[in-house]
Design a protein around this ligand. Structure first.
Ligand code: UD1
Ligand code: CA
Length: 479
């Protein structure tokens, strides 16, 4: 029998030790906020409702939830009177809640969905009133200790500051994640007191209260204690990030991704990497980035929300909201700004910047160019130093470059302008008028020569000497 389930996520604390204007749960770890990770894992139990208890900087947290988890609801806890108080507020706001209530902390992002699912399954199968997720850790300092009897039955939780020396020696700790029967939870929350060192309503006390009231209580011990780690300061935030990085990278390598240096490879939990991709040292794949098989990324490359086709190569480059086609080649030192779309086998080389640009199949811009608000036809060749002048200071305009066109080096194409299929532009041109298919557009000053100008105006200089040698004139020594 699978009962109705809901999740309550506690996220009302400011997280003073983060020393931040941003509430703690909004700090990010590999593509998701702390609370975003928690909401994601909680989905494993298909909750009817996802209720986030907000307090400090509630507006910011609510705005974030609306963005990343619109299905989540929030309740406001004005004063943070303890974890038990926070859950009471949520239960009071939703009197219709029934079945299993999962309680989790918004600042513990490493909890696996599989552990949450197991906790809830065990809880429901055993018909427990309360089941707590615990871990056995080397250093339980500051955490709640799980007290068991000689048979191993869970008796209660004691917080570090309320524990006696014998209890302090216990290494099994409360993760903060609970599965509770809604009725039991409601009844026992009403009985919480603040008779503890902090004078707070402790959620943890419901273990003992439920047991005393005749309900079965139990614990599920997680295999990997890092899952229970929370975040109180930026050093812990970095620890969490490093742990998640290890998990993501190991999983990807097992699925067939090559990583030259996993320690410097940072892949967001939201990114996708296909088998047989090779990642060189110093790669970051962020957001909705997806890399198809056979592609080679890096070294030292950051891709954000970027799609990379099969067998593409991206070297020492930066791309945002772009699409790199199959077999395309990018870099070294290329910058693909939003809405850059490279068709298959296109080539964007060193110090080329693109923005809102469609680069056709097999087209090349190999060096030092800016292509903004532009369409480049298939197999076109964009010479070194070409610039699409897309902005007149007020508005942006498009440049259309036809299929097989050839744009000579150091040309400026002043948009709006179009270069026809198969047309040429002479090097150093400033093009302000359309060039018809097959025509050559040249727009530059004609070259003139002032004969023997150097001999007249720069006599005796190295240039003069070199010129004289070249002309074979007498009296100029080879030295
Ligand atoms: C809590 C547990 C402890 C456990 C540890 C694991 C209690 C009493 N203690 O201790 O047994 O080992 O977590 O990390 O539950 N919060 C609210 N409203 C409140 C109070 C807290 O939303 O009124 C939120 C906080 O923002 C935080 C979470 O609940 O996300 C945990 O609260 P915190 O006070 O940090 O509990 P700990 O002392 O860490
Ligand atoms: Ca804490």
């Amino acid at each position: 029998m699978s009962s109705e389930r809901s999740a309550i996520i506690l996220a009302a604390g400011l997280g003073t030790r983060m020393k931040s204007t941003k509430p703690k749960v909004l700090h990010e770890v590999l593509g998701r906020s702390l609370v975003g990770h928690v909401l994601r894992s909680v989905r494993a139990i298909r909750p009817e409702r996802q209720i986030v208890v907000v307090g400090a900087a509630a507006d910011q947290v609510r705005a974030h939830l609306a963005e990343v988890a619109p299905e989540a609801e929030s309740v406001f806890q004005d004063q943070q009177l303890g974890t038990g108080h926070a859950v009471s507020i949520a239960m009071a706001a939703y009197p219709e809640l029934k079945g299993t209530i999962l309680v989790a902390f918004g600042d513990a992002p490493l909890l696996r969905s599989s552990s949450i699912a197991e906790l809830v399954e065990v809880h429901e199968k055993k018909g427990n009133g309360v089941t707590v997720l615990t871990a056995v850790v080397d250093d339980p300092h500051g955490l709640g200790r799980i007290v068991r009897d000689n048979e191993g039955n869970v008796l209660r939780n004691v917080e570090h500051r309320d524990a006696d020396p014998e209890e302090l020696a216990i290494r099994e700790i409360n993760s903060g994640t609970f599965a509770c029967d809604a009725e039991v939870l409601r009844t026992q929350l009403a009985r919480l007191s603040t008779a503890n060192d902090q004078g707070e309503y402790y959620l943890t006390d419901i273990i003992e209260l439920a047991r005393e009231a005749g309900h079965t209580v139990g614990a599920v011990v997680v295999d990997d204690p890092t899952e229970t780690l929370g975040c109180n300061d930026r050093a812990q935030l970095a620890d969490l990030r490093r742990i998640l990085q290890g998990r993501i990278n190991t999983e990807l390598m097992k699925s067939g991704v090559t990583m030259d240096d996993p320690a410097t490879t940072w892949i967001d939990a939201t990114a996708k990497v296909a088998p047989d991709v090779t990642l060189r040292p110093g790669v970051q794949l962020k957001g909705a980035t997806a890399v198809d098989s056979g592609a080679e990324i890096g070294p030292d490359t950051t891709l954000t929300d970027t799609i990379v086709g099969a067998d593409a190569v991206v070297v020492r480059s930066h791309a945002d909201q772009s699409h790199i086609g199959e077999g395309a080649h990018v870099g070294p030192f290329a910058h693909l700004r939003p809405a850059s779309k490279l068709a298959e086998k296109a080539k964007i080389g060193a110090f080329v910047e693109t923005k809102n640009a469609e680069i056709g199949a097999g087209a090349k811009a190999n060096h030092l160019a800016y292509l903004g608000d532009a369409t480049v036809g298939a197999d076109a060749n964009i010479g070194c130093g070409v610039i699409t002048a897309n902005y007149d200071g007020v508005k942006k305009y498009r440049t259309e470059i036809g299929e097989g066109a050839f744009i000579g080096c150091d040309s400026t194409l002043v948009a709006p302008v179009s270069i026809g299929d198969g047309a040429y532009v002479g090097a150093g041109s400033t093009i302000v008028k359309d060039v018809e298919p097959g025509d050559l557009g040249v727009a530059r000053a004609r070259q003139t020569a002032l004969t023997d100008w150097v001999a007249k105006k720069r006599p005796g200089t190295v240039s003069d000497k070199a010129a004289r040698r070249a002309k074979g004139e007498a009296g100029v020594s080879e030295a």
